[in-house]
Design a protein around this ligand. Structure first.
Ligand SMILES: NC(=O)c1ccc[n+]([C@@H]2O[C@H](COP(=O)([O-])OP(=O)(O)OC[C@H]3O[C@@H](n4cnc5c(N)ncnc54)[C@H](OP(=O)(O)O)[C@@H]3O)[C@@H](O)[C@H]2O)c1
Length: 353
């Protein structure tokens, strides 16, 4: 008997299985081709295609770049590299001495103009936001980097101090919303602008032990997707940066590795891939980008993986553990986190908080 036919035992007649085999083969081939096509597009964007040039946003033409939280870490590096690219800099953070020394350092290095504005986003009043808005409105802003952010150690939500939760909402969410609201009308009027919202992998999936932090970043991802579509026709780009770990004070990681770059390497990859989603291309998060290549591959892998095992994706991103913490989900029963050891990096992160 041929492989494509089968005799039904009770009825004794032959059925043709050929259409079934063809359908299964067709679906299998379609799935494989789809995955290969997505992989090809991500590799092309991440390794070959150049991003939108910063000259489109007014570099070397007197335009200003605003960076929030720019006295350390990723923000300071954005300030350096945007100064190097020929933007004047409006630097915003809470410590006037650190702001002045950052401004001086970059002015001397690249011969650009700087202006500093001091504000503590954790406690900023309506009046302080009005003052900041007035400062922002006086400048021709080409680029805004909503970088300021804070986190708290890996801990249960109920064990996270209330003031830390409030800080995360005020600094990670409210500061971005308020500063963007102040800057965007000018960009829309000038028909030119770039807004980069510094997000996190932890915003892509609900992360236990980082419930508040990961939710603030999920807000930013959604906010960016919606806003980007609103202003696209005004020639203003809004992009969410899906960042995995980077060596900074906030991450508590001091030694770089392939997956954990220095701020210099991370920011270089961001500024060279503006407008390209790279690893976020098929994540379902519109206008998000994972431009640093190991982060891009990780994002792509999680995109495929978490559709099947969302619980496991949560665990992979946080790499966290808490004896007794259990996750339900499509894995069927429960995925226990006990088996995951705290990595040295995460131990350091917790120790620093
Ligand atoms: N590092 C990572 O692994 C990682 C991963 C994913 C996403 N991110 C995101 O990247 C962004 C930057 O993080 P980072 O690692 O560069 O952090 P960082 O090294 O701690 O630097 C944070 C900057 O923000 C300023 N800042 C903090 N609280 C502030 C406040 N209340 N008001 C005004 N300024 C304030 C800090 O100023 P002071 O010097 O005065 O504290 C500093 O300049 C954050 O949005 C973070 O969520 C980081």
């Amino acid at each position: 008997m041929k492989l494509t036919t089968r005799v039904l035992p009770d009825k004794g007649h032959v059925i043709n299985l050929y259409p079934l085999y063809i359908t299964v083969l067709g679906l299998g081939a379609f799935t494989v081709l789809r995955i290969l096509h997505q992989l090809f597009c991500v590799l092309l964007q991440t390794f070959l295609l150049p991003g939108t040039s910063l000259t489109n946003f007014g570099s070397h033409e007197g335009a200003w770049a605003v960076v929030t939280g720019c006295t350390d870490g990723i923000g300071k590096e954005f300030a350096r590299q945007l100064g190097k690219a020929g933007f004047n800099l409006l630097l915003v953070a809470r410590d006037v001495e650190r702001l002045s020394s950052t401004a001086q350092e970059i002015e001397l290095m690249y011969g650009i103009k700087t202006h500093i504005h001091t504000i503590n986003f954790g406690k900023a009043s309506v009046n302080e936001y009005t003052e900041l808005t007035e400062t922002l409105e006086r400048h021709d802003i080409g680029v805004l980097v909503n970088n300021v952010g804070t986190s708290w150690r890996f801990s249960r939500f109920t064990e996270t101090p209330r003031e830390k939760i409030s800080d995360m909402i005020q600094i990670n969410v409210n500061a971005t919303v308020q500063v963007t609201h102040a800057v965007l009308p000018g960009m829309v009027k000038r028909k030119r602008g770039l807004v980069l919202n510094v997000g996190s992998f932890s915003g892509a999936f609900p992360i236990p032990m980082l419930a508040a932090y990961s939710s603030t970043k999920a807000f930013l991802a959604n906010f960016t997707s919606a806003l980007a579509e609103e202003v696209r026709s005004d020639n203003v780009m809004v992009e969410y940066l899906n960042a995995y770990y980077v060596v900074t004070k906030l991450s508590g990681i001091r030694r770089p590795s392939v997956f954990i770059p220095t701020t210099k390497i991370y920011v270089q990859s961001v500024l060279s891939k503006i407008g390209l989603p790279c690893g976020s291309a098929y994540s379902g998060r519109l206008n998000a980008s994972s431009p640093y290549w190991p982060h891009a591959l990780l994002d792509l892998m999680l995109t495929f993986f978490c559709k099947v095992y969302p619980s496991a994706a949560m665990v992979m991103i946080s790499g966290t553990t808490q004896p007794g913490l259990e996750l339900g989900g499509v894995m069927g029963g429960k995925a226990e986190l006990d088996c995951w050891c705290l990595t040295p990096e995460i131990k350091t992160h917790n120790e620093m908080q």
